[in-house]
Design a protein around this ligand. Sequence first.
Ligand code: HEC
Length: 120
Amino acid sequence: MMGLLGAHLRLARASGHVLATVAALATVSAATGAAAQSAGQWKSPEQMYGSVCGYCHDTRVGPVIQGRQLSEDIIVSVVTKGLRQMPAFRPTDFSNQELMALAKWLKDSPPPAKPAEVKR
Ligand code: HEC
């Protein structure tokens, strides 16, 4: 299970959010536990977002991406190719079908209920 988040922890260190990210990682690990997933095993887009994307995008390590009607093409492209400080995910992390479902869910998602808090 450290494969997916481990790669991102290395990225987050490089981005200067070491403390916030280490704390977030501990929370994510505790919350997801043995439920860490790989391609073909995700239950829902909500689970993917909550276990993976929210780790940075709900904590201001990355920008808010819910409720912005971001296009599905852009979401798929960023996740598969990366964007500047955001690393690309691997084909073993999400199946194409799961990624399409996540992109559609995110595009249609409402904005977060309240602004994400910065934990320092
Ligand atoms: C390790 C932290 C991290 C994780 C995990 C992460 N992202 Fe990101 N993401 C970022 C950062 C940082 C940026 C901003 C990149 C930049 O502009 O330099 C970003 C940018 C984006 C953007 C572009 C937003 C914009 O305003 O243009 C999208 C779309 C995106 N991420 C989707 C996702 C999705 C979907 C997931 C889950 C599968 C995810 N990200 C997981 C850190 C992360």
